[in-house]
Design a protein around this ligand. Sequence first.
Ligand SMILES: Cc1cc2nc3c(=O)[nH]c(=O)nc-3n(C[C@H](O)[C@H](O)[C@H](O)COP(=O)(O)OP(=O)(O)OC[C@H]3O[C@@H](n4cnc5c(N)ncnc54)[C@H](O)[C@@H]3O)c2cc1C
Length: 390
Amino acid sequence: MDRYDVAVIGAGPAGSMAAKYAAIAGARTVLLEEHAAVGWPVECAGLLGAGALAESELAGGSFILRGMFGAAIFSPGGSRLHFKARSCKAYVVDRRLFDRAVALDALREGAELRLRSFVRKIRSEDGKCTLILAGGEEIKAKIVISAEGVRGRLARQAGILPPEIILSGAQVEVPFAVEDPESVELHLGQAPGLFAWVIPTNEETARIGLCTRERGCEHLRAFLKTEKIRKRVRGSATTMNVGGLPLGSPAATAVEGLLAVGDAAGQVKPTSGGGIYPGLVAAKIAGGVAAAAASEGDGSAERLGEYDRLWRAKLGRELDIGMRVNRMLNKMSAAELDGVIGYLAGKPRLIRAIEEHGDIDRPSRLMVKMLRHLDWDAIKLAGLLRYALG
Ligand SMILES: Cc1cc2nc3c(=O)[nH]c(=O)nc-3n(C[C@H](O)[C@H](O)[C@H](O)COP(=O)(O)OP(=O)(O)OC[C@H]3O[C@@H](n4cnc5c(N)ncnc54)[C@H](O)[C@@H]3O)c2cc1C
């Protein structure tokens, strides 16, 4: 039976980064992936903020399709807020190639990757974990990191609670009349949960998708039929992705012998649905804590709880504010969304602040700056804030 210090389940970005950091810290590390290739199937729009790219520690590469400098936000009634920065704020990537690049980095640091290795069950005894693979093979590890993605089946079995909500996501890539190949489009109020997006992959194609409380595919079909989108679609979809998007982390992401990271721990930004940035940040901490706990021979929930404290210190406030903003946007009526977007669109100084300080990975910083530019009547603002606070 093979023995490791740290076993990571799932070779998505969070799992590969956790394996990399465990290996850097000197742990004998194995990365177990159920599929025959890393990065497949894709369940993602592939938009990475500049912060996420920096956290990936990849200097760049063929996975970057293009840079995004701006965004156009549309309200249900057609009000439009457009801003475009001088510097590149985000990147459209090929997730298959991105995931492989992160995994390769982990291998360079000494982690071992095993493909077609579906972990069926984890058995804990005498402070050690035995991972039982689909074929019956058994692997021993001192610490397990669950980076299983949104399903998080083994994390749940180990006692880590599910996220607050799992949104239903769907996306197609289609030939499309792109208005600005350097700006994403966000369409508010299309479906309860998040928003719909149009992300150009080049001048003539775009990824069109949404995440919603339920029945993502049905909502996407309806969005594609709206006048504003239908008239710009130039042909059939070349790809379709569906997947769950977790929002709201459980109270604990570490139990005896096991840590959860990435989607398995609900580490997704509720403002944008981006999971890569928080997943990478938390994965580095998880890898380091797991390696240290393995070398100390202490896999207790108390020891591994250090991971929980450290990642929340870095990301907790941002995710909490994001959850409030998400709730607020979901409670607003179409007329209120029209009013807010129309109001913001008429404030050139505020648009300049967005262009200068906008950061999809840390949106709360911009929100604080935006408050300085708001001169709108306090009653209206308080009316909307009650949605966030309530
Ligand atoms: C429609 C949609 C669009 C999105 N768009 C964006 C976006 O533009 N930008 C962004 O940042 N985020 C986006 N996200 C979120 C992002 O895709 C996830 O947050 C991210 O992939 C999470 O990474 P992860 O490593 O935690 O999990 P995953 O990427 O899901 O990887 C988990 C891996 O674990 C493997 N696995 C699971 N169980 C087992 C097992 N028992 N044994 C072995 N292997 C196992 C899986 O096969 C998979 O390879 C989107 C999500 C959806 C649904």
